[in-house]
Design a binder for this molecule. Structure first.
Ligand SMILES: [Zn+2]
Length: 312
Protein backbone atom coordinates (compact mmCIF):
# COMPACT_ATOMS: atom_id res chain seq x y z
CA UNK A 1 0.00 0.00 0.00
CA UNK A 2 1.03 3.65 0.09
CA UNK A 3 3.90 4.59 2.44
CA UNK A 4 1.63 6.53 4.81
CA UNK A 5 -0.71 3.59 5.40
CA UNK A 6 2.29 1.29 5.81
CA UNK A 7 3.99 3.72 8.19
CA UNK A 8 0.91 4.35 10.32
CA UNK A 9 0.05 0.64 10.55
CA UNK A 10 3.62 -0.15 11.62
CA UNK A 11 3.50 2.67 14.17
CA UNK A 12 0.06 1.65 15.46
CA UNK A 13 1.13 -1.97 15.95
CA UNK A 14 4.33 -0.96 17.75
CA UNK A 15 2.68 1.75 19.90
CA UNK A 16 -0.09 -0.60 20.98
CA UNK A 17 2.45 -2.94 22.65
CA UNK A 18 4.63 -0.13 24.08
CA UNK A 19 4.35 1.62 27.42
CA UNK A 20 2.29 4.81 27.37
CA UNK A 21 5.38 6.84 28.29
CA UNK A 22 7.18 5.46 25.23
CA UNK A 23 4.60 6.60 22.70
CA UNK A 24 6.62 9.35 20.98
CA UNK A 25 9.81 7.48 20.17
CA UNK A 26 7.97 4.24 19.43
CA UNK A 27 5.71 6.13 17.00
CA UNK A 28 8.74 7.38 15.04
CA UNK A 29 10.40 3.97 15.10
CA UNK A 30 7.22 2.04 14.22
CA UNK A 31 6.47 4.37 11.30
CA UNK A 32 10.03 4.01 10.00
CA UNK A 33 10.07 0.21 10.36
CA UNK A 34 6.55 -0.09 8.92
CA UNK A 35 7.45 1.76 5.73
CA UNK A 36 11.06 0.58 5.36
CA UNK A 37 10.42 -2.47 3.13
CA UNK A 38 9.51 -0.14 0.25
CA UNK A 39 13.11 1.07 -0.08
CA UNK A 40 13.27 -1.82 -2.56
CA UNK A 41 12.04 0.62 -5.25
CA UNK A 42 15.47 2.24 -5.03
CA UNK A 43 17.40 -1.01 -5.65
CA UNK A 44 18.68 -1.04 -9.22
CA UNK A 45 20.34 -3.86 -11.12
CA UNK A 46 22.67 -2.23 -13.67
CA UNK A 47 21.57 -2.88 -17.24
CA UNK A 48 18.39 -4.70 -16.14
CA UNK A 49 15.44 -2.33 -15.98
CA UNK A 50 12.77 -5.06 -15.85
CA UNK A 51 14.68 -6.96 -13.16
CA UNK A 52 15.05 -3.77 -11.10
CA UNK A 53 11.32 -3.09 -11.40
CA UNK A 54 10.47 -6.63 -10.28
CA UNK A 55 12.48 -6.19 -7.07
CA UNK A 56 9.62 -4.09 -5.68
CA UNK A 57 7.51 -6.14 -3.25
CA UNK A 58 10.15 -8.83 -3.45
CA UNK A 59 12.53 -10.13 -0.75
CA UNK A 60 12.18 -7.13 1.60
CA UNK A 61 8.46 -7.98 1.82
CA UNK A 62 8.88 -11.69 2.66
CA UNK A 63 7.87 -13.11 6.04
CA UNK A 64 11.29 -14.74 6.46
CA UNK A 65 13.00 -11.39 5.93
CA UNK A 66 11.17 -9.76 8.87
CA UNK A 67 13.98 -10.39 11.45
CA UNK A 68 16.60 -8.98 9.05
CA UNK A 69 14.50 -5.95 8.06
CA UNK A 70 13.68 -5.34 11.74
CA UNK A 71 17.37 -5.55 12.67
CA UNK A 72 18.28 -3.01 9.97
CA UNK A 73 15.49 -0.64 11.09
CA UNK A 74 16.47 -1.07 14.76
CA UNK A 75 20.16 -0.49 14.11
CA UNK A 76 19.58 2.65 12.03
CA UNK A 77 17.17 4.01 14.62
CA UNK A 78 19.49 3.13 17.51
CA UNK A 79 22.28 5.07 15.81
CA UNK A 80 19.97 7.99 14.95
CA UNK A 81 18.70 8.45 18.52
CA UNK A 82 22.30 8.30 19.78
CA UNK A 83 21.79 4.98 21.58
CA UNK A 84 19.34 6.59 23.98
CA UNK A 85 17.11 3.49 24.39
CA UNK A 86 18.08 -0.15 24.93
CA UNK A 87 18.69 -1.95 21.63
CA UNK A 88 16.59 -4.96 22.67
CA UNK A 89 13.54 -2.76 23.16
CA UNK A 90 14.18 -0.90 19.91
CA UNK A 91 14.42 -4.24 18.09
CA UNK A 92 11.14 -5.45 19.60
CA UNK A 93 9.17 -2.45 18.30
CA UNK A 94 11.01 -2.46 14.95
CA UNK A 95 10.07 -6.13 14.58
CA UNK A 96 6.39 -5.47 15.28
CA UNK A 97 6.37 -2.50 12.87
CA UNK A 98 8.26 -4.26 10.08
CA UNK A 99 6.13 -7.42 10.39
CA UNK A 100 2.98 -5.55 9.32
CA UNK A 101 4.32 -4.51 5.91
CA UNK A 102 4.32 -7.61 3.69
CA UNK A 103 1.02 -8.87 5.09
CA UNK A 104 -0.72 -5.55 4.39
CA UNK A 105 0.64 -5.51 0.83
CA UNK A 106 -0.46 -9.13 0.31
CA UNK A 107 -4.05 -8.06 1.03
CA UNK A 108 -3.99 -5.98 -2.18
CA UNK A 109 -4.03 -7.33 -5.72
CA UNK A 110 -0.57 -6.22 -6.92
CA UNK A 111 1.24 -9.34 -5.69
CA UNK A 112 3.84 -9.82 -2.94
CA UNK A 113 6.31 -12.70 -2.69
CA UNK A 114 5.38 -13.23 0.95
CA UNK A 115 6.86 -16.74 1.21
CA UNK A 116 10.11 -16.10 -0.66
CA UNK A 117 12.55 -17.95 -0.80
CA UNK A 118 10.31 -20.99 -0.15
CA UNK A 119 7.96 -19.94 -2.92
CA UNK A 120 8.18 -17.43 -5.75
CA UNK A 121 4.40 -17.06 -5.89
CA UNK A 122 3.11 -13.48 -5.95
CA UNK A 123 0.55 -13.70 -3.18
CA UNK A 124 -2.43 -11.38 -3.64
CA UNK A 125 -5.55 -11.75 -1.50
CA UNK A 126 -7.36 -9.20 -3.67
CA UNK A 127 -9.51 -7.53 -1.04
CA UNK A 128 -7.90 -4.19 -0.14
CA UNK A 129 -7.33 -1.33 -2.61
CA UNK A 130 -3.75 -0.01 -2.65
CA UNK A 131 -4.98 3.34 -1.31
CA UNK A 132 -7.99 3.89 0.94
CA UNK A 133 -8.67 6.83 3.25
CA UNK A 134 -10.52 4.54 5.70
CA UNK A 135 -7.26 2.67 6.26
CA UNK A 136 -4.87 5.62 6.51
CA UNK A 137 -6.74 8.26 8.51
CA UNK A 138 -8.13 6.25 11.47
CA UNK A 139 -4.68 4.71 12.00
CA UNK A 140 -3.03 8.15 11.73
CA UNK A 141 -5.48 9.73 14.17
CA UNK A 142 -5.06 6.84 16.64
CA UNK A 143 -1.24 7.07 16.52
CA UNK A 144 -1.06 10.84 16.87
CA UNK A 145 -3.72 11.08 19.59
CA UNK A 146 -1.89 8.40 21.59
CA UNK A 147 1.47 10.09 21.44
CA UNK A 148 -0.08 13.48 22.18
CA UNK A 149 -2.10 12.30 25.21
CA UNK A 150 0.37 9.57 26.23
CA UNK A 151 -2.44 7.03 26.38
CA UNK A 152 -2.75 3.63 24.76
CA UNK A 153 -6.46 3.42 24.00
CA UNK A 154 -6.56 5.75 20.93
CA UNK A 155 -4.00 3.73 18.97
CA UNK A 156 -5.69 0.49 19.93
CA UNK A 157 -9.04 1.86 18.73
CA UNK A 158 -7.34 2.83 15.43
CA UNK A 159 -5.94 -0.66 15.10
CA UNK A 160 -9.28 -2.35 15.85
CA UNK A 161 -10.93 -0.02 13.31
CA UNK A 162 -8.37 -1.09 10.71
CA UNK A 163 -9.03 -4.80 11.38
CA UNK A 164 -12.81 -4.29 11.20
CA UNK A 165 -12.44 -2.36 7.93
CA UNK A 166 -10.17 -5.05 6.46
CA UNK A 167 -12.80 -7.65 7.45
CA UNK A 168 -15.52 -5.59 5.80
CA UNK A 169 -13.42 -5.22 2.66
CA UNK A 170 -12.93 -9.00 2.56
CA UNK A 171 -16.69 -9.45 2.94
CA UNK A 172 -17.20 -7.08 -0.01
CA UNK A 173 -14.80 -9.18 -2.11
CA UNK A 174 -16.86 -12.27 -1.33
CA UNK A 175 -20.01 -10.46 -2.50
CA UNK A 176 -18.20 -9.83 -5.81
CA UNK A 177 -17.31 -13.52 -6.11
CA UNK A 178 -20.91 -14.61 -5.42
CA UNK A 179 -22.38 -12.18 -7.99
CA UNK A 180 -19.72 -13.02 -10.56
CA UNK A 181 -20.24 -16.77 -10.11
CA UNK A 182 -23.71 -16.33 -11.60
CA UNK A 183 -22.33 -14.48 -14.64
CA UNK A 184 -19.70 -17.10 -15.43
CA UNK A 185 -22.23 -19.88 -14.89
CA UNK A 186 -24.55 -18.22 -17.45
CA UNK A 187 -21.60 -18.03 -19.86
CA UNK A 188 -20.83 -21.68 -19.13
CA UNK A 189 -17.21 -20.77 -18.42
CA UNK A 190 -14.79 -22.42 -16.05
CA UNK A 191 -12.71 -19.39 -15.05
CA UNK A 192 -9.00 -19.93 -14.75
CA UNK A 193 -7.27 -17.69 -12.20
CA UNK A 194 -10.12 -15.29 -11.46
CA UNK A 195 -8.74 -12.12 -9.89
CA UNK A 196 -10.46 -9.17 -8.24
CA UNK A 197 -9.01 -5.67 -8.46
CA UNK A 198 -10.63 -3.18 -6.10
CA UNK A 199 -10.48 0.29 -7.64
CA UNK A 200 -8.43 3.02 -5.94
CA UNK A 201 -10.00 4.38 -2.78
CA UNK A 202 -13.13 2.21 -2.75
CA UNK A 203 -14.34 -1.24 -1.72
CA UNK A 204 -17.58 -0.91 -3.70
CA UNK A 205 -16.22 -0.89 -7.27
CA UNK A 206 -14.12 -3.74 -8.69
CA UNK A 207 -12.58 -5.07 -11.86
CA UNK A 208 -12.85 -8.84 -12.23
CA UNK A 209 -10.59 -10.67 -14.69
CA UNK A 210 -10.18 -14.32 -15.54
CA UNK A 211 -8.94 -16.52 -18.36
CA UNK A 212 -11.07 -18.97 -20.29
CA UNK A 213 -10.31 -20.79 -23.51
CA UNK A 214 -7.38 -18.57 -24.54
CA UNK A 215 -9.18 -15.31 -23.75
CA UNK A 216 -8.97 -12.78 -20.95
CA UNK A 217 -12.43 -11.73 -19.78
CA UNK A 218 -13.10 -8.58 -17.77
CA UNK A 219 -16.22 -7.41 -15.95
CA UNK A 220 -17.02 -4.62 -13.53
CA UNK A 221 -18.58 -5.46 -10.18
CA UNK A 222 -20.25 -2.98 -7.87
CA UNK A 223 -21.03 -3.75 -4.26
CA UNK A 224 -23.02 -0.83 -2.80
CA UNK A 225 -23.64 -1.12 0.92
CA UNK A 226 -27.43 -1.23 0.93
CA UNK A 227 -28.09 -2.64 -2.52
CA UNK A 228 -27.45 -5.97 -4.19
CA UNK A 229 -24.11 -6.50 -5.90
CA UNK A 230 -24.26 -5.99 -9.66
CA UNK A 231 -22.07 -6.95 -12.60
CA UNK A 232 -21.54 -4.91 -15.76
CA UNK A 233 -20.32 -7.33 -18.37
CA UNK A 234 -17.22 -6.43 -20.34
CA UNK A 235 -15.58 -8.10 -23.30
CA UNK A 236 -12.63 -10.39 -23.94
CA UNK A 237 -9.23 -10.22 -25.62
CA UNK A 238 -6.90 -13.06 -26.63
CA UNK A 239 -4.28 -13.87 -24.01
CA UNK A 240 -0.62 -13.92 -25.06
CA UNK A 241 0.39 -17.51 -24.47
CA UNK A 242 4.12 -17.12 -24.86
CA UNK A 243 6.85 -14.90 -26.22
CA UNK A 244 6.46 -16.59 -29.62
CA UNK A 245 3.12 -14.77 -29.99
CA UNK A 246 5.19 -11.56 -30.14
CA UNK A 247 8.50 -12.67 -31.66
CA UNK A 248 8.40 -15.89 -33.72
CA UNK A 249 12.05 -16.74 -32.96
CA UNK A 250 12.90 -15.02 -29.67
CA UNK A 251 16.37 -14.56 -28.23
CA UNK A 252 17.12 -15.95 -24.76
CA UNK A 253 16.93 -12.42 -23.35
CA UNK A 254 13.55 -11.74 -24.97
CA UNK A 255 12.18 -15.02 -23.60
CA UNK A 256 13.54 -14.31 -20.11
CA UNK A 257 12.17 -10.75 -20.01
CA UNK A 258 8.78 -11.79 -21.34
CA UNK A 259 8.45 -14.71 -18.93
CA UNK A 260 9.29 -12.77 -15.82
CA UNK A 261 6.97 -9.90 -16.79
CA UNK A 262 4.23 -12.44 -17.46
CA UNK A 263 4.90 -13.81 -13.95
CA UNK A 264 4.43 -10.25 -12.61
CA UNK A 265 1.18 -9.83 -14.60
CA UNK A 266 -0.06 -13.24 -13.39
CA UNK A 267 -0.65 -14.47 -16.96
CA UNK A 268 -2.88 -11.53 -17.93
CA UNK A 269 -0.86 -10.15 -20.84
CA UNK A 270 -2.65 -9.18 -24.05
CA UNK A 271 -1.85 -7.04 -27.08
CA UNK A 272 -3.35 -3.58 -27.39
CA UNK A 273 -4.16 -1.63 -30.55
CA UNK A 274 -1.05 0.54 -30.18
CA UNK A 275 1.42 -2.33 -30.08
CA UNK A 276 1.70 -2.58 -26.30
CA UNK A 277 1.76 -5.88 -24.41
CA UNK A 278 -0.62 -4.81 -21.67
CA UNK A 279 -0.95 -6.03 -18.09
CA UNK A 280 -4.73 -6.47 -18.22
CA UNK A 281 -5.12 -6.64 -14.46
CA UNK A 282 -5.03 -2.85 -14.27
CA UNK A 283 -6.96 -0.69 -16.73
CA UNK A 284 -8.51 2.77 -16.80
CA UNK A 285 -12.01 1.38 -17.46
CA UNK A 286 -12.86 -1.43 -14.99
CA UNK A 287 -14.41 -3.61 -17.68
CA UNK A 288 -12.22 -2.48 -20.58
CA UNK A 289 -8.80 -3.33 -21.94
CA UNK A 290 -6.79 -0.11 -21.87
CA UNK A 291 -3.94 -1.12 -19.57
CA UNK A 292 -2.14 1.28 -17.27
CA UNK A 293 1.22 -0.33 -18.07
CA UNK A 294 2.89 -3.07 -20.02
CA UNK A 295 5.81 -3.94 -22.26
CA UNK A 296 6.83 -2.85 -25.72
CA UNK A 297 9.41 -4.25 -28.06
CA UNK A 298 11.93 -1.52 -28.85
CA UNK A 299 14.98 -2.24 -31.01
CA UNK A 300 14.76 -5.92 -30.20
CA UNK A 301 14.41 -5.44 -26.42
CA UNK A 302 11.37 -5.53 -24.19
CA UNK A 303 10.99 -2.25 -22.31
CA UNK A 304 8.37 -1.20 -19.77
CA UNK A 305 5.85 1.44 -20.83
CA UNK A 306 3.07 3.27 -19.03
CA UNK A 307 -0.40 4.37 -20.15
CA UNK A 308 0.81 7.73 -21.48
CA UNK A 309 2.60 5.75 -24.18
CA UNK A 310 1.04 6.27 -27.61
CA UNK A 311 2.25 4.52 -30.72
CA UNK A 312 2.55 6.46 -33.99
ZN1 LIG B 1 5.42 -2.52 0.17
Amino acid sequence: MDPFSQGFLGAAAAQSVAHKKEQVWVFLLGFFAGALADVDVAIKIPGDEIGSFLLHRHFTHGLFFIPIGAAVAALLYWLMVRRKYPFKRIFLFAFVGYATHGVLDAATSYGTVLLWPLSNERIAWDFLPIIHAAVTFPLAIGCIYSLWKKKLWPVRVGLVWFLVFAGFSFYQSQRVVAAHDEVVAAREHTPENRRLMPRLGTVADWRVVYRHNGQIYADRAQTPLFKAASIEEGGAVPVINGVEDIVPTPTERQRYDFERYNWFADGFLAKTGNGMIGDMRYTSDPKGFEPLWGLKLEEGNFVRVRAAFKSN
